[in-house]
Design a protein around this ligand. Sequence first.
Ligand SMILES: Cc1cc2nc3c(=O)[nH]c(=O)nc-3n(C[C@H](O)[C@H](O)[C@H](O)COP(=O)(O)O)c2cc1C
Length: 505
Amino acid sequence: MSERNMSSFQYHRHTAYSRSRMSGHLLDWANQPEVYKTYEGISSIPLPNGNLPEERNFREMVHGEETRPPSGITFQTLSHILRLTNTLTARTRYSGRDFFYRSAASAGALYPNEIYLAHDGVPDLNPGLYHYGIRDRVLHPLRQEKVLCPILDATDFPDKTNAAASLLITGIFFRSAWKYRARAYRYVLLDAGHVLENLILSLRCLSIPFSVHNRFHDRDVNSILGINGRQEACIAVVHLYSESDEAFPVAEPRKLSVLPEAILQSSTVSAKEVVYPEIPSIHEAGADAPDSAVSGISSRHDPGISVQNWQAIERCKTGNQMLTYPELLVRRRSKRNYIPHPMQQNDFGGLLDLICTSCGVVDKNADGADSLQVGFLADRVEGLTPGFYLLDPHERRIGLVQPGQLTGIMTNACLNQDWLAHAAVHFLFMADLNFLDQRWGARGYRYAMIRAGRIGQMIYLAATALNMGACGIGAFYDEEVNAILDLNPSSSLLYLVAAGPVKRL
Ligand SMILES: Cc1cc2nc3c(=O)[nH]c(=O)nc-3n(C[C@H](O)[C@H](O)[C@H](O)COP(=O)(O)O)c2cc1C
């Protein structure tokens, strides 16, 4: 297989799990990747810990009700954003050391994603490029020069007038590949989607205008960040805006300085890193992001599933007792202690409402909004015929594809993770991989996976808000799950998120 020719379809099929072909794989504990990035000889700047502004409950926030005027962006605001995007939330002992879980879920808790911040003139912080040190709540200054303009250019963003800062999410492939080998690219993208959803919610929580960019010039962005695109690569960029009367002057581009080795080598997370060639192959095949508007492909995304009758999702009016987003973020955990009780109709409606509302907010601008088909298996939802349904978040409706109790066989196909059978609902994220390839080239795979991760994180938070549990599932026998859903030959399940009532502890 040549370096730059892997398609979404080929990568996904090539990294399929199969009951008959699963080979055992011993983890190389001596070379377990470091989960925190370090920069030798580079100082760190503590992030201010000021109080968060008073917050609305989660439902009101997601619906954008009672929005306060957009706040000005200061160093304190940036600190809030980072804290509300990803932070340490729980501690456990692991191999004789403290191990910390985070506010965004991550396959195998391997945490492949990093966050960078660039700004040209936010008060109280020198212009430049910074890495977010999540463990110590610090910024690592990487460039002390104005970089916002080249980043805006690399996302083809012509209007620079109100741009105040950019946040960039990257993935360090070996952190996940250490355990999941070639399949890890799936998880690095899904995990990035989880982090991105938190970032979007943090900006909504703080009423900061923003735009999300999955389409950017890889080489330009990676080189600004000082990462080589093979060990670590940028996955998503988010621009933040300030009100026009306090706009920051964005500097004209000029040649950026050469970065020191301590920064250029910082993506190395293990003494012995193995490169699984499928990962650079699919990632680099998607390096040239085609403009979706000029792709000329007008066919609709169709994984071969048809719905007879659609039913509307009511806008959720209840939920005023819900916790706030910052409160939910620290409570969110993967739950596997499901009880075989039906999900209440109201809770299910609330869950769907939050998912649809969240999708609608960003989809207007985000690339690849129609890269994904969302569905669910509902075995135990009050008032709903058990079966396989599609969810159309834009039209806010659901449609029955096939009646029947299907979570049991789906559980078997998910590597027999038996607790899954008790979850009331299995949310499903599916895509026609050939459609992705035709429409966006291999870049389409990123769009679909990031989007699946984003909605997955929203399901986690919405379930937590409704006193239920959720858990992402990336481990499944691919052909078996596709057969259960009767997808057409070019389509696949990308990700599954279980949700439902859990045992109260
Ligand atoms: C993309 C993805 C795939 C996952 N796959 C599985 C899985 O197959 N089985 C499982 O039990 N948990 C799975 N998880 C849950 C992670 O194990 C969990 O997020 C991680 O251990 C961190 O714990 P926390 O979510 O409680 O913070 C997955 C999570 C993500 C984001």
